[in-house]
Design a protein. Structure first.
Length: 269
């Protein structure tokens, strides 16, 4: 069977699902922020099919994503949040290629309970369909739908230990249409994370994140998964350094069965 027939079964769904940093309840103080420029690389030869089975595919799917993530405090309880994949390069076996901007997520985080060991915030994000979403092609960088996410975020400091716990639970409202090509299922999203800082220079965290579809899974547009992985922040200066992470799927439906490797530069104001 032509390799493009295999690729169209899953590439479009996977392209549009990218991990976003989770702050876990803490807002940025007025005029302060956190910013990260990173590169994520995925290279896969197998996929989790819509029924959840792992399936070897006769092609290699490669995805390279250059992204910018930022948080900036407008006031002490109100933070602007944005995840912007500014450049994506996609190819199948190095032949069929597409490059361009991805879909952006822009929103705000509002602190409900702050200045305590346990903090609580609400975050609202809008998914901007800026990527290429033409369904007649086998590769695309966006999904073509304007979605809205709202989540409850909780963080807990384990001070005097240099450690924290945080979690998030949210709802993603996606486009609904009678035409299966333009129909997307709503989602429940959740995550938990634990982190520890060593000698004020090395931050280590482990986490899991999940997406579950509400209702029937559309094989063309929807995916769900449970992922996990570690992340390391190495501070070169007190406010800047290098971050590296790996994402792996414990289970998945309509997602590539391959780790996502990411490395970036971060800055704290």
């Amino acid at each position: 069977m032509n390799k493009f027939v295999f690729s169209v079964l899953f590439v479009g769904v996977v392209i549009c699902h990218t991990s976003i940093a989770h702050a876990g309840g803490w807002t940025q103080p007025k005029g302060k922020g956190y910013f990260k420029l990173s590169e994520q690389i995925v290279s896969a030869n197998s996929v989790f099919r819509p029924n959840g089975d792992q399936w070897d595919i006769p092609v290699t799917v490669n995805r390279y994503t250059t992204s910018f993530y930022g948080e900036f405090g407008l006031i002490d309880r109100l933070t602007i949040v944005g995840y912007m994949p500014v450049y994506k390069h996609l190819n199948i076996d190095g032949d069929e290629t597409l490059t361009g901007v991805g879909d952006w997520d822009i929103g705000i985080r509002v602190g409900l309970l702050t200045n305590r060991a346990t903090v609580i915030s609400i975050q609202a994000m809008a998914g901007l369909p800026l990527g290429e979403a033409e369904k007649t092609k086998f590769l695309w960088t966006g999904d073509g739908e304007f979605n809205q996410q709202i989540s409850l975020q909780v963080g807990h400091s384990l001070y005097p230990l240099p450690a924290y716990l945080k979690g998030e639970f949210g709802f993603n409202n996606r486009k609904s249409d009678d035409n299966p090509v333009d129909d997307y299922a709503d989602e429940i999203r959740y995550s938990m994370e634990a982190g520890y800082t060593i000698a004020e220079r090395v931050g280590i965290s482990v986490w899991f994140r999940g997406v579950d579809v509400l209702g029937e899974l559309n094989d063309r547009n929807d995916s769900q998964y449970l992922s996990y992985g570690p992340e390391v922040h190495l501070y070169v200066t007190p406010n800047a350094g290098v971050a590296a992470s790996m994402t792996k799927f414990a289970r998945g439906y309509n997602v590539l069965d391959a780790p996502a490797w990411e490395i970036g530069l971060f800055l704290k104001l």
